[in-house]
Design a protein around this ligand. Structure first.
Ligand code: GAP
Length: 512
């Protein structure tokens, strides 16, 4: 199965089991907008909890806030979003479809990479154990031809990106013969800049020209509340402010399911520090955030840092934590050293003094800031895509199982009476009543036990507890482990501790 096919199956699985639905589907949906279903919301809440508690409980000097989606319009002038939060767009005149010019070029480069990977796979098949990949890559004529093409286009692309040269983007598209996937033609318009912010009316500033924007990042809510939090919380530098909330971007091209959405959620933390110390904090937060990811047990090899070659004008260091999604390594989280750009600009535009008096140095300054910013939805996609497995079982059977890290699983334990008679449902509900205060449980008495196990595997439930006739006399139940499928007979009184040992979020946090 190709990664592409696997991804389609994953999207279908998300819908079938109540994780994610296309928004307003009865009206044929809305591009790049998705709703979370009954399972999805549980997983999403658990991801948010893991982040929130790691940030605000484990770091004494990080506090949280919850600011609004709407902010004074000048916020977005100060942050640079009004003037510079743009994507380069191009239209195909025949299909009337609109694309991001940079994405068209990236896809073209991706196809060259795929061709090289196919050549390598052919070589490996042909030469077997004697295959030397490094030598093959350095000598095979087909690989060398594709590599030369890749390097040429890639360096032109980087130059266009660095110079923000819209004509250069178009020249690459034309020279590479990139065509519209719908019309198949290269009948392209010029490339234009397109601002990604959604706007609406209702400004209360009294200026008829003002518009209200739906925030494109949660970070600015933190910057404009910096003074309030610092003063009321008597915070001493260095300290951080964390926030989880919705952000909105008019992403023109719907790509890769919930990877790029118009309405999404961010978990952002702005860490304020003394100017000159920001590189130390940048390094420290890089390490901290990578540890948070790897701690989930989804394989350290599936993460990597990607340091930015081109820095935004306000940053003096930037890196992405990339995850190995089914469509390759892509950005999951961004870590930026944002200097004093945001607080400094808010100070200028608002006329309010945003300074910190440092008792240790006796100086006042605008603090510098290191930001960690991760999309909840991207994290959700990382967890789900890594967890989805089709396993062959002895006897020719197979099962679909979501090996979601247990503390994040939507349902922690399923309570299953073996049959719907002989008092077993009543006994099962007694067990449910014991467990439901500590764990998200699901009671299920419909269909054969095998089918019920499969349903729980498909939503990633770490434990199934089966109540049978013996339970009525010996007070024991069968506990089935999702990952090993091993079944153990245990006393009802032991259940809480057994389940807790695996699903407890505090244990996960303790390993950080
Ligand atoms: N405050 C910094 C900021 O917003 P960003 O790199 O534009 O930086 C941070 O976004 C994170 O938000 C990304 O790493 C990604 O996880 C998530 N994100 C950004 N745009 C998104 C979109 N359209 N859909 C889903 N997640 C998105």
């Amino acid at each position: 199965m190709t990664q592409d096919e696997l991804f389609k199956i994953l999207v279908a699985h998300c819908k079938e089991y109540g994780f994610i639905f296309p928004s307003s589907e009865i009206y044929d949906g809305l591009a790049a907008v998705y709703d979370y279903g009954q399972m999805g919301v549980e997983l999403k809440n658990n991801i948010k909890r893991y982040w929130w508690e790691a940030m605000t409980r484990l770091n004494e000097n990080v506090v949280g806030i919850d600011s609004c989606v709407f902010m004074h319009p000048k916020t977005w002038v100060a942050s640079g979003h009004v003037s510079a939060f743009n994507d380069p767009l191009i239209d195909n005149k025949d299909s009337k479809k609109r694309y991001r010019a940079d994405n068209l070029i990236e896809d073209f480069l991706g196809k060259i990479e795929e061709k090289i990977a196919k050549e390598v796979a052919k070589g490996r098949k042909k030469f077997g154990d004697a295959f030397d990949e490094a030598q093959f890559l350095a000598t095979n004529p087909n690989v060398l031809r594709e590599k030369a093409k890749y390097d040429e286009v890639h360096s032109r692309y980087l130059a266009a990106e660095n110079a923000n040269d819209l004509k250069a983007y178009r020249d690459i598209i034309i020279d590479c013969g990139i065509v519209c996937p719908i019309s198949g033609t290269a009948n392209w318009t010029e490339v234009r800049q397109f601002n990604l912010m959604f706007s609406t009316q209702g400004s209360t500033t009294g200026n008829a020209d003002d518009v209200l924007y739906l925030r494109p990042e949660t970070a600015q809510g933190i910057f404009v509340e910096y003074l309030n939090v610092q003063k009321t919380g008597r915070m001493k530098i260095p300290f951080g402010i964390a926030q989880i909330g919705k952000a909105f971007r008019n992403e023109i091209v719907a790509r890769q399911f919930i990877f790029r959405m118009k309405e999404f959620e961010q978990m952002e933390m702005e860490f304020f520090c003394r100017p000159g110390t920001e590189m130390e904090w940048f390094a420290s937060w890089k390490e901290n955030r990578m540890k948070w990811h790897v701690n989930l047990g989804m394989g350290a090899e599936n993460y990597r840092f990607h340091d930015h070659e081109k820095l935004a004008h306000y940053a003096n260091a930037a890196t992405d934590i990339e995850f190995n999604f089914p469509f390759g390594f892509k950005e999951l989280e961004g870590i930026h050293s944002r200097t004093d750009f945001d607080l400094g600009n808010h100070q200028k535009l608002s006329g309010k003094k945003i300074q910190y008096f440092d008792p240790e140095t006796g100086e006042s300054y605008v603090p510098y800031c290191v930001e960690t910013s991760i999309g909840v939805d991207r994290m959700f996609l990382a967890v789900l895509s890594h967890s989805y497995k089709v396993e062959e079982l002895p006897g020719g059977d197979s099962r679909v199982v979501l090996g979601i890290p247990a503390p994040l699983a939507p349902v922690k334990v399923a309570i299953l009476p073996l049959v719907k008679k002989d008092g077993l449902p009543e006994k099962a509900r007694e067990v449910l009543d014991v467990l439901k205060y500590d764990f998200k449980c699901q009671y299920d008495e419909k269909d054969s036990i095998g089918k019920r196990y499969r349903r729980q595997d498909a939503i990633g439930t770490p434990f199934c507890v089966t109540i049978d006739n013996d339970t009525m006399t010996d007070g024991c139940v069968t506990v089935r482990d999702r990952d090993t499928m091993e079944q153990t007979r245990v006393a009802i009184s032991e259940l809480r501790a057994i389940i807790d040992s695996k699903v407890n979020m505090s244990n996960l946090l303790r390993n950080l």
